[in-house]
Design a binder for this molecule. Sequence first.
Ligand SMILES: [Cu+2]
Length: 444
Amino acid sequence: MARILAPLAGASLLALALPAAAQQHDHHPAPQPQQPPAAAPHAGHDMSGMAPSAHVMAGTLGPWPMTREASGTSWQPDASNHGGVHWSSGDWTFMAHAQLNLTYDWQNGPRGDDKTFVSGMIMGSARRDFADGSTLNLRAMLSPDPFMGKEGFPLLLAAGETADGVTPLVDRQHPHELVMELSASYAKPLTDKDTVFAYIGYPGEPAFGPPAFMHRMSAMDSPEAPITHHWLDSTHIVFGVATLGWAHDRLKLEASSFTGREPDQNRYDFDPPEFDSWAVRASWNPTANWSLQASYADVTGPEQLEPDENDRKLSVSAIQTRRLGAEGWWSTTLAWGRKINDHDESKDGWLLEGAISPDDRWTVFARAERIETDELVPAVGGGHGDLYTVAKASVGAVHDWRLSDNLRFGLGALYSVNQVPGALEPLYGGDPDGGMLFMRLKVQ
Ligand SMILES: [Cu+2]
């Protein structure tokens, strides 16, 4: 295991350390003579340096490449892939995008479990560009997660939200809502470099954290949720969010008012909007290969089971994405998050993840995480218990077959190891491992 992980982690760190300038040659890939012509025209996926194609499109929130835009109003590197089927009708341009995973998941040890489930997302958007340069964008995102049942899927060391409204979900990942996003944004240019925008969502994603994991290139090919989810990006679905932002060239500043309570255990419904929490985020894309953000959130009563406990959250992240050859890419995310409760107790979470896809067929991904958590052994009578530092590492791969221009079928597997402190070893049976086998459909 260590032999597999070490080079991957080393390579990921190397990717973060290398200056982007040293990789500019990747933007002018040599022709690939071994590629049959029929396999070539996915060029629209890469806007960072290849020949311009009909897919090249400006962002919905400002005059940058659309590849910069990720979930909610978050940014990723301009060199990211741009997935989606596009068409237009009248003044409107439409985009659709989907990823569905069928996963067999097993987690070992006394606290483990196994389960087969479907997860993923289906997204559709409609945009309209006006003569004054402003843009209206409507977005809807659905998830099949509720079909897996309220108790989610087994994931050792993960905690957060509830299955039944009574007991917390521990060693499990919660399912996402059937409706993950219904949002509208409107952006208006002030000068050729300055834009102001407004975004509302019910549900939607406030200005906090890196792009949500299922929308990050370094994470989206793995069916496994990060155990740092509730440090970094669990606010990606809140029932009620309003964001105002200003962007100047490669810098974006934004502030959100939103509902602090996480979605309840009924994943098919809409929860009441409260607008009792707020967040601010600064994002900076210094080059086409990098995206950095720092954000702060003041969250009122996030956990349904502890409605009077508030969280302040901090997050800082760096994403680097490079192109590899004609169709390949390499993306790495390093992120830190901190949760501070009303008693000024703080808990940190760290994440380093990377994915590399040398061609149209293979993607290899790895992730290492460490969290300080008091949710694994709830206190007697409920509430958070003792604080433990635990860690996890995963590595996996998926092979895709292209069924048509926009549809790919993939088969993949991943293996994960968990590390718990001595005090938790009797509960977990040492340092338990686990894995997932999955097949997927990707529409992009
Ligand atoms: Cu989530």
